[in-house]
Design a protein around this ligand. Structure first.
Ligand code: SAM
Length: 232
């Protein structure tokens, strides 16, 4: 079972996402447990203020350390050996997410996702309470909520029992540093394009060889950088 806590000032964004589709089923079956926590509840004023103007000037607001650190410590405990959760800040400054990172996170028992907003979070949140920063890529979004959903979906499908067929996660893109090759379903012919005969031959060895060759071909065309990792 994977427990995921999300710290966000927009918990409502997660409601439909957590209720629907694969993540919703995984939660109902007790394979993934989720909870959201609003740092406004940890603010020290009645308005629930969680941001302030940046020291040194500049545009926008910065998320204050107090409410965020208190929210993180309430769900994961203070940083150190006794801490129950692995605390991730979604951040453009983080390490870029890949499948290997998702696999690493999915085998943890408890992951805490911290969503930034505004111009980002006060550095002391990172210094005091964050175990790791993860980025979705070299672009900037307005908040960490969609990155957090992306992480939840990517982790949840790797939890044993969540996908109907456990083979699914073994044969897909980025396993063995390869993209997945082309796939086909019925009908055999569509607008003059036929399913390759080998896939209907019943020869499992030939199918496996064809798939691997196509995977290498697609990877060579689109992501030669990945192939370098298996050829070196
Ligand atoms: N001022 C920051 C900068 O230039 O790096 C950008 C802050 S962004 C507008 C607000 C929040 O969105 C961030 O604190 C982070 O939580 C989230 N965010 C934006 N882009 C992201 C990305 N590529 N990956 C992960 N989180 C991102």
């Amino acid at each position: 079972m994977l427990k995921i806590d999300v710290i966000t000032i927009f918990p409502g964004l997660f409601t439909p996402f957590l209720d629907e589709s694969m993540v919703g089923i995984a939660r109902r079956e007790g394979l993934v447990e989720t909870a959201t926590h609003d740092p406004r509840g940890f603010a020290d004023d009645r308005r629930g203020t969680v941001d302030g103007a940046p020291f040194g000037g500049g545009p926008g607001m910065v998320m204050s350390p107090g409410p965020l650190v208190d929210a993180i410590e309430a769900v994961a405990g203070p940083r150190g050996s006794e801490r129950s959760g692995w605390v991730v800040l979604l951040s453009p400054q983080g390490r870029r997410l890949d499948q290997a990172k998702l696999q690493e996170l999915a085998i943890r028992e408890h992951v805490v996702l911290v969503c930034g907003r505004y111009e980002g979070v006060d550095q002391r949140v990172v210094d005091l309470a964050i175990d790791e920063e993860i980025s979705m890529g070299d672009f900037v979004l307005s908040g960490g909520e969609i990155p957090a959903m992306l992480l939840i979906e990517g982790m949840a499908r790797l939890v044993p029992g969540v996908l109907g067929n456990p083979e699914s996660v073994v044969v897909e893109s980025f396993q063995e540093h390869l993209l997945e090759g082309p796939q086909y379903t019925r009908p055999v012919e569509y607008r003059g394009l036929r399913v390759p005969d080998v896939l209907r031959s019943g020869d499992h060895g030939a199918v496996a060889r064809w798939r691997r060759e196509r995977a290498i071909e697609v990877t060579r065309q689109r992501r030669p950088d990945l192939l370098g990792e298996i050829e070196s």
